[in-house]
Write a protein that binds this ligand. Structure first.
Ligand code: NDP
Length: 290
């Protein structure tokens, strides 16, 4: 059996197409959704990510504000810039591109972003909301993975989901979202002995490690849905995931490719979060119906 492909590019295109009329409706009321992206320093990968985020906004009719700040910017100046964006009613989402230079405390920076504008979903208020099942912004990568499962018709309820990786931006929120969707969830990490013994039990397997070929075909249950979050380079310098794609696709029921899988959906979910922030602000600003 060859796995069915969950096409992240196609799903991201569809997601953006669904957003565009909602963006246009707000813009027509003078409330064009706006995302502020802050880049500190000149890390080449970060520059590419930021460029994509700005282009994505423009593609769906959102406004983007790109702040390129010098690598030696004092932390206090960055915090002051965030405070100014927090106070600006025309800005709905604020994203600070990570990693930050070593002299800046990323936790402090994230804590300074107003939770209602934290479209990355990294603020403790949003992380806590996810933990206790309240409304809040969900981190874009796991949020996108959930959309991919949904689009494939993979229902997490009653299934065993195994998440490999426990970072705050991918593994942990992924596990919480799967739990919320009524899966039985196992989280594996670098101290998990016999990883394969766990992954082989997975109906839904999410790999978020950052090491290629972490998941080989013998580690996958026949028919499982395999979501590959990893972004690595092979010997030839080509982008690849954590999953041995060619072999695993012969065993799995569904699989996401790299590139063209989780990456484009992560970008699309940033737009979803920004639009939701703008819609919430518009609802708040609207005069009470009388
Ligand atoms: P981190 O490095 O923060 O986390 C990696 C996790 O993998 C850790 O929890 C670590 O365990 C675990 N791990 C490492 N080695 C093993 C092992 N041998 N067996 C089991 N678990 C292991 O990475 P991120 O979560 O930030 O990212 C993971 C990958 O996803 C990266 O390749 C990253 O580039 C990619 N990524 C892709 C995105 C996209 O849009 N497609 C977005 C974000 C990330 P421990 O906690 O014990 O150290």
């Amino acid at each position: 059996m060859t796995a069915r492909l969950i096409d992240g590019n196609a799903l991201a295109r569809q997601t953006r197409a669904e957003l565009a009329p909602r963006v246009a409706a707000l813009a027509a009321r003078g409330q064009q959704p706006a995302l502020a992206v802050i880049l500190v320093g000149d890390d080449p990968a970060s520059q590419v990510y930021v460029k994509h985020k700005v282009a994505d906004c423009e593609g769906v009719g959102m406004r983007s504000i790109l702040d390129r700040l010098p690598a030696d910017l004092p932390e206090a100046a960055l915090l002051a810039r965030i405070e100014a964006l927090n106070a600006d009613p025309a800005v709905h989402g604020i994203l600070v591109q990570l990693p930050l230079p070593a002299h800046i405390d990323a936790n402090k920076v994230i804590a300074t972003i107003a939770p209602g504008k934290d479209v990355d979903g990294f603020h403790l208020a949003n992380a806590g909301a996810l933990m206790v099942g309240q409304r809040g912004f969900r981190p874009c990568t796991p949020y996108g993975c959930m959309r991919m499962l949904q689009a494939a018709g993979v229902e997490p309820r009653g299934r065993h989901a195994v998440v490999v990786g426990r970072s705050n931006i991918v593994g942990k929120p992924m596990a919480m979202l799967l739990l919320q969707a009524n899966a039985t969830v196992t989280i594996c990490h670098s101290a998990t002995p016999d990883l394969a013994a766990f992954t082989r039990q997975a109906d839904i397997l999410v790999a978020a490690v950052g090491r290629r070929n972490t998941i080989t075909a013998d580690m996958v249950k026949p028919g499982a849905a395999v979501i590959d979050v990893g972004m690595n380079r092979n010997e030839a310098g080509r982008l690849c995931g954590d999953v041995d794609f060619d072999a695993v696709r012969e065993v799995a029921g569904w699989i996401t490719p790299v590139p063209g899988g989780v990456g484009p959906m992560t970008r699309a979910m940033l737009l979803v979060n920004t639009l939701e922030a703008a819609e919430a602000a518009a609802a708040h600003a609207a005069p009470a119906a009388g």
